[in-house]
Design a protein around this ligand. Structure first.
Ligand code: F6P
Length: 532
């Protein structure tokens, strides 16, 4: 599928990006949707590559599959489910039907219930045993943690509700350190789990329940569940009035738009949360209507396919020059790697090419002082994705924001331009000469010609965050369709869970480790010898 593109890449790979980067290219290799602008001019994609890439969208039927997703077809084939997180943000759109039923009535009713509940938390009319709720603890993992946590951090400037905390890890350090210092009589615990069976979440939920009962809180009032499993939330003892349900057509890593976003809604308020949904919906409309050449999710996906499947760059760095997006890379790791880290096609046949890339990153400028050395001079090429706003949220510190933005722009420029040996020597002239100059200069050479893209926006508002998250979701969809895989299941997480269950009696010393491999048995032995 990628043979022609690979041939083309081999022919142009040594061409310097900046050699063709005039104003025309800058305009042509960019696109904008609402407030979000994507610049992919600093890549090696040229007209021919782009038209071949767009051809892939046509050949693999992305447009038809996109409509199948939005209209509720069961595109998650291995689980027999529709993929309709888009319905959660379909605020003023039409009906969406699943099994002949319009699901929008239920979606809107749940959103209204969430808004009423969040408002009562925020204005103190819903109190805990000890008075108004001061702290909210969201207990969940994966999609039941990363979305609301990333969003709450991203929208910190809009946070005017109770303090929000997130517990995900079964490591007791996580819950113990979070609950320490909180008042069990004024804390609301949200148990967020689509299945309500995830061992980490249920273990932490039981720990929180004991902490609240022992501390004089009212577990009956101060526990909320966000789940698709009403029977299981009832078994846990959560009043149905405080259960916010959703359907199985919302995948865990796509779920922050609905009940799983309750902590975010409590933090920023229902109006700002609705603005976040509006941003997501605006991106949906754009994705469904913009021609491929101007379609942000499609272009982002094509850049991803170009770098990973065509150029063979195995990783992708997400580098937000926006400290409030510090959890975006972690959020995208689940979104992209759990969705597109698959080994077989929809037909169950091994893929003849690599699936999705390794996604990683950290906010700038912190990363500059850590791993950018490798990005600039290491032997592997790491395509970079920069994000930067025109303005921060503190006008009095705008001079610092300008410094941040200058750093962001400087990095993509440096990656592209690099520095030749001659330039390096010139900079060192007078300090070294002869063989010493050659040797010293060699260390100061930057190969350059390293690709990056940049997403810019006026300010990280709830709408912009909604657009951004929906953009990445649709990128995953497009890449998944082109690769011919199911982006909506996650069977790869199962084996580890099964083995963890079988290892529990072993680590407790109830069963010998003899049926385990030698390494696992030795590891158990060491840990038990030191107090496990
Ligand atoms: O183990 C992976 C996973 O199923 C993710 O897909 C999901 O987001 C996470 O676990 C949490 O699942 P749940 O919301 O059902 O607790």
């Amino acid at each position: 599928m990628f043979a022609d593109l690979r041939k083309h890449y081999a022919a142009i790979k040594d061409r310097r990006i900046e050699a063709t980067l005039d104003a025309d290219r800058a305009a042509a290799f960019a696109a904008q949707a609402g407030d979000l602008r994507l610049d992919f001019a600093k890549t090696q994609i040229d007209d021919r590559a782009l038209s071949q890439l767009i051809d892939l969208l046509e050949r693999t039927g992305v447009a038809d599959k996109r409509e199948a997703m939005f209209s509720g077809a069961a595109i998650n084939d291995t689980e027999g489910r529709a993929v309709l997180h888009t319905a959660l943000r379909n605020l003023d759109g039409g009906a969406v039907t699943v099994d002949g039923q319009d699901i929008m009535t239920e979606v809107r009713a749940t959103l209204d219930r969430m808004a009423d509940f969040a408002t009562s938390m925020r204005d103190g009319s819903y109190a805990g045993q000890g008075g108004a709720i001061t702290d909210v603890v969201n207990i969940g993992i994966g999609g039941s943690d990363l979305g609301p946590k990333m969003g709450t951090l991203a929208l910190a400037p809009y946070h005017d509700g109770p303090r929000c905390h997130f517990v995900s890890n079964v490591d007791p350090a996580d819950i113990a350190q979070t609950l320490r210092g909180l008042d069990p009589t004024t804390t609301l615990v949200i148990v967020a789990s689509k299945t309500f069976t995830t061992i980490e979440t249920m273990t932490n939920a039981r720990t929180a329940k004991a902490w609240m009962s022992e501390g004089g809180g009212d577990v009956g009032r101060q526990f909320v569940a966000l789940s698709t499993a009403a029977d299981k939330t009832a078994d846990f003892g959560i009043d149905p009035a405080r259960v916010f349900g959703f359907a199985d057509w919302v995948g865990g890593r796509y779920s922050m738009w609905g009940p799983i976003g309750l902590s975010l809604m409590i933090a920023i308020g229902p109006d700002a949360f609705r603005a976040f949904l509006r941003g997501g919906q605006a991106m949906d409309l754009h994705f469904r209507s913009a021609p491929w050449r101007e379609n942000l999710p499609a272009l982002l996906a094509l850049v991803g396919l170009w770098h990973n499947q065509v150029c063979d760059h195995a990783t992708r760095a997400v580098l937000p020059y926006d400290n409030n997006l510090s959890r975006l890379p972690a959020y995208l790791q689940q979104l992209e790697m759990e969705s597109n880290g698959k080994g077989v096609s929809l037909d169950g046949v091994p893929l003849p090419f690599n699936s999705g890339p390794v996604v990683w990153g950290e906010p700038g400028t912190n990363g500059q002082h850590a791993f950018y050395q490798l990005i600039h001079q290491g032997t592997r090429v790491v395509p970079c994705e920069f994000l930067v706003a025109a303005r921060g949220h503190d006008d009095t510190l705008h001079h610092q924001h300008r410094l941040l933005a200058a750093n962001c722009l400087a990095q993509s420029e440096a990656l592209m331009k690099g520095r030749t040996l001659e330039e390096a020597k010139k900079k060192l002239a007078g300090k070294f000469d002869g063989a010493a100059l050659d040797r010293q200069a060699a260390h100061r050479v930057f190969p350059g010609n390293r690709p990056s893209i940049t997403l810019t926006y006026p300010q990280l508002t709830p709408e912009v965050l909604g657009m951004l998250v929906a953009l990445y979701e649709h990128r995953v969809f497009v890449e998944g369709v082109v690769l011919g895989i199911n982006s909506y299941d996650q069977w790869g997480v199962e084996l580890g869970k099964e083995l963890a269950t079988s290892l529990q009696p072993v680590v407790k010393g109830e069963k010998p480790a003899t049926d385990k491999d030698g390494s696992t048995a030795a590891l158990v032995g060491f840990l038990q010898g030191h107090g496990l």
